[in-house]
Design a protein around this ligand. Structure first.
Ligand SMILES: NC(=O)c1ccc[n+]([C@@H]2O[C@H](COP(=O)([O-])OP(=O)(O)OC[C@H]3O[C@@H](n4cnc5c(N)ncnc54)[C@H](OP(=O)(O)O)[C@@H]3O)[C@@H](O)[C@H]2O)c1
Length: 353
């Protein structure tokens, strides 16, 4: 229950939060507003008030700001002062009269459409909080949910739909992403072999160190599908984990074995893929998508405990590019768009620059 915040801290009446005023590019005038006078909510019933410590900036948050994330348009129109931010961690500083989570407990609040993580205080139902064990740091807890759990879910989906004992080779695009790096580590831990496609060679050595079996640098090898078939002795890969789309995603899809699985979970290029009819007919490939929001509610409770164990065993290492206070949000959005990052950009929510 180590909290970096004192339980004796008085809870202020006002807080700073980053509000989405209208959809658009983050740097455009009038899209985001840093409100220093937003009210701090008061918990009631089984709610707790969480003093937020850290929250990441995810690609899905970028999509929220521009208005492409499903469900958000309706919420923003309905609720002025909407705060984005998919996840984060904090410490319980006040309770409703029926709350059972103790003061000082560090938690990851599972935030819905009503409240995002880019604010200093958030009120949530106690049952919507994951309590963070002492041996998990604040910065790990802040990015516990979205990426690590998706990595676990993607691997489970592959294991369910293709035989990774018969053919242990999988291919992933955007392999240098925070999620891609975790996938390399988990696949190695589970004896699944990865072919990793990256845009440039800047981070190649780091991915090797993580356990990447094969790394393809797209800009150095325009016909990299041949390399995939060489590595897999003509068979192709059992599954493709795809987060880019466009020509890259199309080529990745063409590298599947007969009966192989194309699992889309991101769209970094914003462009669709082309799937060959002959691959669908003669190879009987399966194309489907994965969304954590759909997958997680169907999982047993121990899936989160299993996740903590992966951090304890050192399989998952936190990947952090930089930590910035919320008032430097424009810099955070600029860094998020830069190539060859080495992990997440985190907002430190109680710090000011
Ligand atoms: N479906 C779900 O439930 C779910 C859950 C979590 C995450 N995701 C998705 O998983 C993906 C990775 O998330 P993350 O947080 O790990 O991202 P991240 O750390 O921000 O990394 C983004 C990655 O995208 C790559 N990229 C960006 N634009 C690209 C383009 N036009 N062509 C090729 N590569 C491009 C970057 O390549 P460089 O390294 O070369 O710069 C970088 O590796 C995102 O698409 C995210 O939306 C989906």
């Amino acid at each position: 229950m180590i909290g970096t915040s004192s339980m004796k801290d008085a809870v202020p009446c006002q807080q700073t939060r980053l509000e989405l005023v209208r959809f658009g590019k983050p740097q455009e005038q009038g899209v985001l507003f840093l409100n220093h006078e937003a009210p701090v909510p008061v918990p009631c019933g089984s709610q707790v008030l969480v003093k937020m410590l850290y929250a990441p900036l995810h690609p899905a948050d970028m999509l929220t700001v521009v208005g492409f994330y499903p469900g958000v348009r309706y919420v923003v129109e309905k609720q002025p002062g909407f705060v984005p931010g998919l996840e984060g961690c904090g410490v319980v500083v006040a309770q409703g009269e029926l709350a059972t989570i103790p003061l000082g407990m560090r938690v990851v609040p599972l935030l819905g459409e009503e409240a995002g993580s880019w604010q200093q205080y958030v009120c949530v139902e106690g049952k919507q909080c994951i309590c963070v064990p002492d041996d998990i740091s604040d910065t790990v807890a802040a990015q516990l949910f979205v990426n690590p759990l998706t990595v676990v879910g993607l691997l489970k989906e592959m294991e369910r739909l293709v035989d990774l004992y018969e053919n242990p080779w999988i291919l992933q695009t955007a392999a240098n992403s925070t999620l891609g790096r975790m996938m390399i580590a988990l696949a190695k831990h589970r004896s699944v072999k990865t072919i990793n496609v990256i845009r440039s060679s800047a981070t190649l050595e780091e991915l090797k160190q993580l356990g990447a079996d094969v790394i393809i640098v797209e800009e150095q090898d325009s016909q990299w599908d041949r390399t995939v078939f060489q590595v897999t002795e003509g068979k192709g890969v059992a599954a493709v984990l795809e987060a880019v789309g466009s020509e890259l995603g199309s080529m990745a899809c063409s590298c599947l074995q007969s009966g192989g699985l194309y699992l889309a979970y991101g769209a970094q290029s914003g462009k669709p893929i082309r799937v060959s009819n002959s691959d669908l007919i003669f190879k009987d490939i399966v194309c489907k998508g994965f969304w954590l929001s759909r997958w997680f509610p169907k999982q047993p409770p121990h899936v989160v405990e299993d996740l903590f164990d992966l951090f304890r065993k050192g399989v998952f290492e936190p990947c952090i590019q930089t930590v910035l206070p919320l008032d430097r949000y424009l810099e955070a959005f600029r860094l998020q768009r830069e190539k060859n990052r080495r992990g997440k950009i985190l907002f430190s929510l109680q710090r000011e620059s």
